[in-house]
Design a protein around this ligand. Sequence first.
Ligand code: AP5
Ligand code: MG
Length: 220
Amino acid sequence: MRIILLGAPGVGKGTQAKLISEHYKIPHISTGDILRGNINKRTSLGLKAKSYIEKGELVPDDLVVSIVKDRLEKEDCKAGFVLDGFPRNLYQAKTLSEILKENKCMIDKVILIDVNKAEILERISGRRFCRNCGANYHIKFNPSKLNDRCEKCGEQLLQREDDSKDVVLERLSVYSRTINPLANYYSAHGLLTKIQGNEGIENTFNRICSTLQSVYSLLV
Ligand code: AP5
Ligand code: MG
């Protein structure tokens, strides 16, 4: 099953993609995680992406498209994948369709998670992550049992550098400028389903699963 998760910063794309990945046994591909991993390792890709991410702007299309193209060629993507944070604009969406066409496959479902702005700001301000293993927490909604340390590896939990108020507002503004053409594109292809994401993590996951189940049963 090939799935795309769309939604504003902080709606829970990463959280839900991880659950979908575990449930359907397909890889979770997050362009944001891949870019941050490259920044940490100070690769040339990371150096190119850093200044855009710090400002809350989109990283240039050619860099992101080549990351995704390489990742989709890996063996584990043959049975499907869940894309989180890609595509971000119409150009990326059309390029993804071409890449998949070359591989003789296509997207099965696009889920747009919708959450109101006040909730988004609360989710982002309370988000904590582990730089060592990538685990994601929230101080109120999904706290670590070890407080400010990661439950999985014991590392100190951190706030993302692009989660400062000004950068978040810029990320939200970029999102509001780019989402409509993207949503219209997938809607015209009959692939888009909008899901209310204001409820808790589990309820949102149940909503997503009910949408995906009909697609899944056609594929297996
Ligand atoms: P990216 O990493 O993709 O960030 P984003 O889209 O801004 O989304 P976030 O990761 O902030 O939020 P999320 O929706 O994953 O929420 P999460 O699950 O963490 O991109 C970062 C940057 O990289 C971009 O600004 C850009 O510069 C660059 N980039 C990436 N992709 C690109 C592309 N394709 N093209 C160009 N540039 C690109 O949840 C948030 C918090 O809420 C967590 O603490 C979580 O525990 C909590 N939470 C989640 N769900 C719930 C719930 N239902 N109830 C309560 N709390 C919840
Ligand atoms: Mg994310």
